[in-house]
Design a protein around this ligand. Structure first.
Ligand SMILES: Cc1cc2nc3c(=O)[nH]c(=O)nc-3n(C[C@H](O)[C@H](O)[C@H](O)COP(=O)(O)OP(=O)(O)OC[C@H]3O[C@@H](n4cnc5c(N)ncnc54)[C@H](O)[C@@H]3O)c2cc1C
Length: 475
């Protein structure tokens, strides 16, 4: 006899087209993971809505059955944000991926939350416009995921992060209400800034269904340089000198020796495998200005110990070099069964010391760590190569992660620069922000989602309510 269908699944089946609902174990397994190492949990069901109405209906059923909802984009998150909680419904937005409106008079783009970041970049580019945020995962990540994590990217130094390009968005709250947050105006100070509250809220406050993005004119010129250094200190000092020279490159990325060797094995683009550190630097803007800045940067690199500086001859070579940097995580992931990508950020003046300390931590706890990252932003990704099945090694890995986080906090840094808190970092959050701010976060969550329906257990754990109850659906 087939197993009895639960009342929750019966309601979902009655409300949603069959093609929008997955309940087979084999299908559910695919949604038990995201990009975070060593974390997984099977959901009860997966909903792939085509409309906001279907999301509202799913939330109504979830409230009725007191079942948590975990929103998901492409599942590339690196802090466990879209990993299901036990007995939850996953709502994945990937089928709501339309580009709704490109407004070339106001330089805005309205998209559904499941739109892939690269498609957004391409739609803007085709109109001679520019959407700058470019997370390393942009070929697969969704804009909803980018907004929920406030994702950064390789162009963050000059252009900022996702938050800087979100003018407005539609969200569905835990009680099923649909709200528009933000504005189509460049300036707008009407009321509290709820848009910014939701950006980076990691799916805990509402489900983003549409996003209105700000676009820029496309920079006409671009120069790409790759500078090799025999010492990491020289590379760090060069970064300080570039910034001190009042030059803000659009990209200033760093790879350490282990990452360089691994990326070169993977991509074969001719990286200097004997270098201790590589800087990938891009300038953009008016062609003459981009070229002048690139020349100044090249001179600064030579003056501060670069053993070689390679300038991309054409856009194909520039893309090749940027792609090599983007492949760092995938390349390192081939070395060991488990890859844990850390995401600490420190003030830029602390970078050299932080990298040195990461190396000492690796030695002390006898774990393998490769480091790369967005040097210009102070955002480092020490990447721990391990095997989650080796429990003894995993204990040492945990100590090493703790020590990396402590080292960043001791330098007035942050536990996460772009990947979010999720499940992976929640035990460190209070250490960074203190008790009062921590309590304030939970108060915001409770006022918007009193029944802790949306992505519970992410960012923080809420103590149980005295009068914890779930109302009947509100619509
Ligand atoms: C190879 C690789 C490179 C990466 N490089 C970068 C990088 O350079 N910069 C960077 O910042 N990150 C990077 N990441 C991390 C990840 O890609 C980003 O966090 C991305 O924004 C996640 O998008 P997603 O669609 O996969 O979201 P998911 O992983 O599916 O979800 C992430 C979080 O967003 C929430 N969420 C998703 N969609 C919605 C929605 N519509 N409404 C409300 N909440 C939602 C989820 O609940 C979860 O908490 C990288 C990841 C990988 C695997």
């Amino acid at each position: 006899m087939p197993p009895a269908v639960s009342p929750l699944l019966q309601d979902l089946q009655a409300e949603l087209p069959a093609a929008c609902l997955l309940t087979d174990r084999a299908d559910l397994i695919t949604y038990a993971y995201d990009g975070t190492a060593a974390m997984r949990q099977l959901p009860l069901a997966v909903v792939l809505p085509l409309t906001a109405d279907q999301i509202q209906a799913t939330l109504g059923i979830a409230r009725k059955h007191r079942t948590p909802v975990v929103t998901r984009g492409s599942g590339t998150g690196l802090s466990g944000g879209s990993i299901p909680v036990a007995n939850s419904i996953v709502i994945t937005l990937v089928r709501m991926d339309r580009i709704l409106e490109l407004d070339t008079r106001n330089l805005t783009l309205l998209v559904e939350a499941g739109a892939i970041t690269q498609k957004i970049y391409e739609a803007a580019d085709a109109a001679g416009l520019f959407y700058p945020p470019d997370p390393g995962s942009m070929k697969i990540s969704t804009i909803g995921g980018n907004v929920a994590e406030n994702s950064g990217g390789l162009r963050g130094l000059k252009y900022g992060v996702t938050r800087d390009y979100v003018m407005g968005m539609e969200v569905i709250l835990a009680d099923g209400k649909r709200c528009w947050l933000g504005s189509r105006c460049v300036k707008d100070v009407a009321g509290y800034n709820l848009r910014d509250l939701f950006i980076g809220s990691e799916g805990t406050l509402g489900i983003v269904t549409q996003v209105l993005l700000k676009l820029l004119p496309k920079p006409a010129g671009r120069q790409t340089l790759l500078a090799s250094f025999t010492s990491m200190e020289d590379a760090a000092e060069t970064v300080s000198q570039i910034i001190a020279a009042r030059i803000v490159p659009c990209t200033l990325e760093f790879l350490d020796r282990k990452t360089i060797q691994c990326v070169e094995n993977f991509t074969r683009v001719g990286l200097p495998v004997d270098a201790a550190a590589l800087l990938l630097i891009e300038t953009d803007g008016h062609p003459a200005a981009a070229t002048e800045e690139a020349q100044k940067i090249e001179d600064l690199c030579h003056a501060h110990g670069a053993s070689s500086v390679r300038r991309a001859r054409d856009s194909a070579e520039a893309v090749q070099l940027a792609t090599a940097r983007r492949s760092a995580f995938s390349a390192l992931a081939r070395l060991k069964p488990t890859t844990i990508l850390e995401d600490v950020t420190v003030p830029r003046s602390e970078l050299a010391g932080m990298i040195r300390e990461v190396a000492l931590i690796a030695e002390r706890w006898n774990v393998e760590i490769a480091t790369f990252g967005h040097f210009g932003d102070g955002n480092l990704h020490p990447t721990i190569l391990t095997n989650e099945r080796d429990l003894e090694e995993m204990k040492r890995v945990e100590h090493a992660i703790d020590a990396i986080v402590e080292a960043a906090l001791a330098r007035k840094g942050t536990i996460t620069g772009e990947h979010g808190v999720g499940l992976a970092k929640k035990q460190f959050l209070r250490r960074q922000i203190g008790d009062s701010s921590h309590q304030l976060l939970t108060l915001v969550k409770r006022s918007l989602d009193p029944d802790n329906l949306l992505n519970p257990g992410k960012i923080f754990d809420l103590p149980p309510f005295a009068d914890h109850h779930v109302d009947a659906p509100a619509h």
